[in-house]
Ligand binder design. Structure first.
Ligand code: HEC
Ligand code: HEC
Ligand code: HEC
Ligand code: HEC
Ligand code: HEC
Length: 388
């Protein structure tokens, strides 16, 4: 933990009033999150003997401080530093202050903040512990659906980990353009990042582009008593412990866990984790996108996950993005069919835990997208041996 991060994080906590100096005795109790936390970290006066000071929140702070939520130096919290403020629509998930404003917890009307939010915020303590959190009963999803929440923790996680699009954004973007016609106006639709709640909701959240005539898995409830994000993730460190999985699975390695008895990727291997099937089918879909781009759209594509907007033109087919004015040329020959498939590929790959959050929804999106591209390129889809 870089020193700067540590202090910025503590500062955020202090500013939101959660770290209160007090000389109160050690037996202070921790209030339930819903009722807010009264906490103390530093006595008003000495002697400063750390081991003699009760810090009810020490465990929570110590865990949070090593999580991504407190990482003030990450791209997710520094992206707007040069601008000096975070635009309202980004601030909702990229700073505690924006989040509180969105839910009307700071006294402002609920909805997007009226003004840009100062930079420097993280997912601070009050993001989840504001006393008003308990009053939130539903959270709006990108599809427009209102999701009823049963706890303030769910309200928090779902607000920020819902991605930013649904399949409807793709439908809208392609309009009534014929499937294989290049639309010069078309550009990649990015579902955004770490949309774990959205992938967990499956067809109910409508994160993916869902093809007509197909049915899709809904919310993946896993198995009782697994009931939500906190069944697996620590709310502060965000970590998942293998012990949780071992209650029911034979291994605690999330990438090795498998229940499904059929092979989805054509390998016939049902000993490996379902994670591996999703990974293999992702690679198959990406190969199909590349073939389609070259043969049907007419301009080869290269994918570069490190640079937005990820898909670049490779007109000369040398495997490298074309350059113009020292910059890579964004892919410019999108057709409706290709846009849908690329969007779904990104949906699956933007959630590092999709194999746990909703493996079957991921497999369905990959299967249908690949099948659809093969229909246009004339490839032998059946020969891939994929299962849905
Ligand atoms: C205000 C928005 C916000 C809320 C609320 C929020 N998150 Fe996050 N979460 C983020 C952002 C932004 C990141 C990326 C942080 C980074 O890159 O440093 C993240 C990262 C994560 C990660 C990745 C692991 C890590 O250490 O970076 C997990 C897991 C996670 N959040 C789970 C949760 C859970 C579970 C909840 C609900 C208890 C939750 N989040 C609530 C915005 C939020
Ligand atoms: C619905 C919540 C939400 C909204 C709204 C949102 N983001 Fe994010 N964003 C996230 C989460 C969660 C992550 C964390 C991904 C990670 O790094 O693990 C993230 C990550 C990022 C990253 C880091 C990506 C990387 O590669 O590390 C950037 C940049 C970003 N968002 C930009 C934006 C911009 C610009 C806006 C507004 C136009 C915006 N976000 C709006 C939730 C949101
Ligand atoms: C992403 C949401 C989130 C953030 C950020 C967060 N908490 Fe929590 N915290 C929770 C949830 C949810 C619970 C309840 C956990 C449970 O019921 O098992 C909780 C429980 C607690 C508890 C009581 C149980 C325990 O673990 O000791 C304390 C104390 C606490 N939080 C303090 C803090 C402090 C201090 C911060 C900031 C450094 C913080 N929390 C940041 C979600 C969050
Ligand atoms: C059944 C257990 C389980 C449940 C329930 C669960 N997760 Fe996860 N999650 C995991 C595992 C396992 C991973 C992948 C391993 C890791 O990154 O720690 C993961 C990964 C993630 C990541 C990506 C972490 C990264 O490093 O980029 C985020 C964000 C996340 N989960 C958020 C959530 C949210 C929000 C919910 C509730 C909607 C949720 N998870 C529900 C087990 C679970
Ligand atoms: C209470 C028991 C229970 C716990 C705890 C649990 N799981 Fe599961 N898990 C199941 C059941 C049952 C299924 C099958 C559900 C279904 O397909 O409808 C499943 C399915 C899965 C799958 C999909 C496997 C496949 O082949 O479809 C993965 C991956 C997974 N769990 C990972 C995890 C991880 C990682 C953890 C720990 C963080 C965890 N599970 C904790 C019971 C549990």
């Amino acid at each position: 933990m870089p020193v700067r991060t540590y202090f910025t994080a503590l500062f955020a906590a202090a500013l939101t009033g959660l770290i209160v100096s007090t000389a109160a005795p050690a037996q202070e109790t921790e209030a339930a999150p819903e009722t807010g936390i009264s906490t103390f970290v530093m006595p008003r006066s000495g002697p400063y003997s750390p081991d003699r000071i009760a810090i009810p929140n020490a465990r929570a702070i110590a865990a949070w401080i090593r999580s991504g939520h407190s990482n003030a130096t990450s791209e997710a919290f520094t992206h707007w530093d040069a601008d000096g403020a975070i635009p309202p629509n980004c601030s909702v998930c990229h700073s505690g202050a924006g989040f509180r404003s969105y839910h009307g917890l700071d006294g402002s009307p609920p909805g997007l903040p009226e003004n840009p939010v100062p930079v420097g915020g993280v997912v601070d303590c009050a993001t989840c512990h504001d006393p008003g959190m308990g009053q939130i009963t539903e959270v709006k999803l990108p599809s427009g659906a209102m999701h009823p929440v049963t706890s303030s923790a769910e309200a928090a996680c779902v607000t920020c980990h819902q991605a930013r699009t649904s399949g409807a954004n793709v439908t809208k973007a392609v309009g009534d353009l014929p499937e294989d016609e290049v639309g010069p106006e078309l550009s990649f639709v990015n579902p955004h990042y770490a949309g774990a709640a959205a992938s967990n909701f499956g067809s109910y959240g409508k994160l993916g582009y869902q093809y007509g005539g197909k049915t899709y898995t809904g919310r993946f409830l896993h198995a009782k008593p697994v009931s939500g994000c906190l069944s697996c993730h620590d709310p502060h460190s965000l970590e998942v412990t293998e012990d949780t999985c071992l209650i029911c699975h034979q291994t605690g390695d999330d990438q090795a866990i498998r229940i499904s008895r059929q092979s989805y990727d054509g390998s016939g291997d049902t000993a490996k984790g379902i994670y591996e099937d999703i990974k293999a089918n992702s690679a198959t879909l990406m190969a199909a996108i590349e073939t389609y781009a070259a043969e049907v759209a007419g301009v080869p594509v290269v994918y570069d996950g490190a640079h937005h907007p990820y898909f670049f033109a490779d007109a000369n087919g040398d495997g490298l993005a074309d350059q113009q004015d020292g910059k890579p040329v964004r892919y410019n020959a999108w057709t409706p069919r290709m846009l849908k498939a690329a969007y779904n590929w990104k949906v699956v790959n933007a959630d590092q835990g999709i194999h746990v959050h909703n493996p079957h929804y991921a497999l369905e999106l990959l299967y249908d997208s690949t099948e659809d591209l093969y229909a246009a390129t004339g490839g032998d889809f059946a020969a891939l041996g994929l299962a849905r």
